[in-house]
Design a protein around this ligand. Structure first.
Ligand SMILES: Cc1cc2nc3c(=O)[nH]c(=O)nc-3n(C[C@H](O)[C@H](O)[C@H](O)COP(=O)(O)OP(=O)(O)OC[C@H]3O[C@@H](n4cnc5c(N)ncnc54)[C@H](O)[C@@H]3O)c2cc1C
Length: 472
């Protein structure tokens, strides 16, 4: 790489705020008051990200008389839900390939439930006037290496053979560059209906407002500290109060779970993103991005990118950083060396945009589990339900997880609770230093595979055989 190019890329970051672009929106609502004193309710939801908010909202929609309280440790949507890429995918399984490998027998059902879930999100956006820039634009997975183009073509043929290609089309180099013009694009798979783009923080804030309007009592700056049985129900202690509830739903994602035994199923893996300034009409025309779909490339270390409502480009992904010890810490949210790398990759993809500046750069923890899609469970004789492990594809799937938690609390057998994906758990992560070593070896091997025509080494093949493999 020429030093001058590197200097220009770094310069493009010189004014970037180290903060999530989405959370700086002027529409950010005031927080609801913290809980002081005692509360009682039928259902207590812990966590004000999408998981918790959908759970509270759907609980009220299922039964408007249900008495629901939600407590959030900081402010609704401040964590992953307010800082993600805003790709709201139908997939419940972190992509079709992962779902097909793990649950071949129920993949058609999982795809159908995922498509219905995305339809329900679209309907809820309209029903509750959730002002979140929801655009059902679809997504293109692009190949930037010849071997990836061959893999995409083969994968599309396989999808067709299995009857899973509906709504998806294969694009050759010319066709993909007609959609979005990058000299690096060699082929693409265009899923026209299975993904929507949205403003992540505005979705979380809209869900909070809808919850409050339906009568959910929301308390912010109210961390739940302990969860204990109390009479026929449960008691949750907070710094200045206590909530007694008949049932509890935990939507606490990667933060220390109130149920200790759930903690070893997830580790935080940090993901980073940049946001450009708004593109001018000429800049936008130079890349021809008219249909506003999201894009992702098909390497193991992949990028995801999309337009915002005001035509900025969000550009994220590639590095996936696991901090030794697996803790969630604010200091990990900022990583200049990753920003520099991402900026370089951005201008390699879109050389037409030389001179564009980044206004924001940030990171966040992804709740990664060993099967790369959510898991579910209950505790305290079915009075507590939890869902976690969305592994970077929770914008859409958390709504499905909310339905599962409510089904489990109702003790109902539904098409969701019958799924093997819901009934079985992933393998837990081992303690340190094994977790760090295993994850570091996997990252190194994935980077090596990307640099060597996609060839997976002995470690990755072993992980694949154990059902722990990651293949984007
Ligand atoms: C940088 C980044 C990019 C991503 N991009 C995408 C994407 O484009 N598409 C996609 O599908 N997914 C993406 N994801 C993942 C997605 O954002 C998450 O899967 C999703 O937001 C998870 O929602 P959640 O409600 O489970 O978790 P969170 O949003 O983390 O919410 C959990 C909430 O629980 C609260 N909490 C925790 N413990 C307690 C407690 N004891 N008491 C009270 N409150 C508590 C926290 O304060 C937090 O607000 C991305 C994630 C990151 C970090």
């Amino acid at each position: 790489m020429a030093p001058s190019a590197m200097t220009r890329w770094i310069k493009s970051l010189s004014e970037a705020q180290p903060a999530p672009y989405w959370l700086e929106d002027p529409g950010k609502p005031h927080p609801e008051p913290a809980l002081t004193g005692a509360e009682t309710c039928e259902l207590l939801v812990v966590g004000g990200g999408y998981s918790g908010l959908w759970t509270a909202l759907i609980a009220k929609e299922r039964d408007p008389r249900r008495d629901v309280v939600l407590v959030e440790g900081r402010e609704a949507g401040w964590a992953a839900s307010g800082r993600n890429g805003g790709f709201c995918a139908a997939s419940l399984t972190h992509g079709l390939a992962n779902g097909l490998t793990r649950w071949p027998g129920e993949i058609h059902k999982l795809q159908e439930l995922g498509a219905r879930n995305l339809d329900e999100i679209e309907k809820a956006v309209a029903r509750h006037s959730l002002d979140c820039d929801f655009e059902r634009t679809g997504e293109i997975d692009v190949a930037t290496e010849t071997y990836q183009a061959c893999e995409l073509r083969d994968w599309y043929a396989e999808m067709e053979r299995r009857g899973l290609a509906e709504g998806t089309e294969f694009l050759d180099a010319e066709a993909v560059r007609e959609q979005v013009d990058s000299p690096t694009f060699l082929a693409g798979l265009y899923d026209r209906r299975g993904v929507a783009m949205l403003h992540p923080a505005k979705l979380a804030w809209g869900l909070k407002r809808a919850c409050v309007q339906l009568g959910v009592r929301v308390y912010e700056h109210t961390p739940a500290l302990t969860l204990k049985p109390y009479g026929a129900g449960l008691a949750v202690r907070t710094p200045y109060g206590e909530v007694r509830a008949r049932q509890v739903a935990l939507g606490t994602n990667i933060f220390p779970n109130l149920l200790r035994r759930v903690r070893s199923y997830t580790v935080p893996v940090y993901d980073y993103a940049l946001m450009t300034e708004p593109l001018s009409a000429d800049q936008l025309a130079s890349i021809g991005w008219q249909n506003r779909q999201g894009l992702g490339d098909s390497a193991n270390q992949f990028h995801y990118f999309r337009l915002s409502a005001d035509n900025r480009i969000l550009w994220g992904g590639y590095d996936a950083i696991y901090p030794y010890g697996g803790r969630v810490r604010a200091e990990y949210d900022d990583r200049p060396e990753t920003y520099a790398k991402l900026a370089g990759h951005f201008f390699t993809c879109f050389p037409q945009l030389e001179g564009v500046r980044f206004t924001h750069a940030w990171g966040g923890a992804i709740d990664t589990c060993s099967r790369f899609s959510a898991f579910f469970g209950t505790a305290h004789q079915g009075k507590v339900a939890y869902a976690a492990g969305y592994t970077g594809l929770g914008v859409g799937a958390t709504r499905f997880g909310a339905e599962v938690m409510l089904d489990l609390l109702a003790g109902e057998r539904t098409e969701r609770t019958e799924l093997e994906m819901v009934r079985k758990k992933p393998l837990p992560f081992p303690p340190e230093p094994f977790a760090w070593t295993g994850i570091a070896l996997t990252r190194w091997s994935l980077a090596r595979a990307d640099a060597h025509g996609g060839r997976r080494n002995f470690w990755l093949k072993t992980m694949d055989r154990l059902g722990l493999g990651f293949d984007s």
